[in-house]
Design a protein around this ligand. Sequence first.
Ligand code: PLP
Length: 352
Amino acid sequence: MSGDSVSMKTIDLRSDTITQPTDEMIEAIVKAHKSGRFGDDVIGEDEVVNELQEKAAKILGKEAALLVTSGTQGNLISLCSQTSRGDEVVVEKQSHTFMFEAGSMASIGGLYPKPVEGVRGYILPETLESVISPDDAHYARTRMVVCENTHNYAGGTVTRPEQIKALASVAHDHDLKVHCDGARLFNASVALGIPARKLVEDVDSVQICLSKGLSAPVGSIIAGSTEFIHAAHRTRKKLGGGMRQAGIIAAPGIVALEKMVDRLNEDHENAKLLYESIKDIPNLVIEKPETNILFLGLQNLNINQMQLAEELAKENIRVYGGYGVRTRMVTNRMVQRDDIDHVVTVLRRLLK
Ligand SMILES: Cc1ncc(COP(=O)(O)O)c(C=O)c1O
């Protein structure tokens, strides 16, 4: 070995979106290209996209599925394809659709969000029932409710099938559609040890991200009835989401669905290990993670979020500094168990 200093690995806990595609994903792109399977997906001629959509529909137990560019686009298409402008959509007040999608449901969809308080991200059926507007000319028509599973801002919390059934039952009794923002649906399914389709049996539409813990470089899937996907196809086109040789995205997406789901458990184990190793730090506000997201509340400590992010960066650990009033850490495929040991050592020193 030369005497050069060995550069230290960066441990990136900002998000599971930082995951790099696997070699197998890149090989799948090359293989599909060499066998001439790419085509113009706007006219439905990309064989790889068609394969991904069929596979995703089957996994999710839905009639049909559609590849979209991102989670945000998938949510927006799902909302807009099942409502009309001026309709009201009930959302959890810390949900991604409400807080982090640039207000697109209002600005682009013309939809009126009605935010309600959830319990660990879950909208209680009685809460939904109490906010559905009466059929009176003074009110916007309440047409939809959005649930998020796992729920990002609540800390990667899992909603169980019976909870979704109870919420959907109230929604359907009042003629509301139910959309599931399942950006991390597979984290919920792995945490509960049940197939993903069990979590979306009672919803009308679902969006799943291929590009988060599943490590694909780009893309999300939306799924639901054939009628919904037919409408969603037009909405995607309107939003500029029609893509040409999109098999380049779909090929890694297929690998993501086939090979990357079960390993999410490693991310969950690493999040638990991190929690168990720092939970006794005095004055740290922390809850046991159900999946791969952990929030640290620093309000009672002598360091704020920005300072913590800066100090961690000096030790090659990356977290977002300005994420609300808490520090979020998201375990992912690029972070190994040994890395967690290093993070624990540094955190214990900084959070004294
Ligand atoms: C719960 C949830 N929904 C939707 C999205 C949006 O996905 P994208 O970043 O692909 O638009 C995210 C992204 O982090 C998310 O965490």
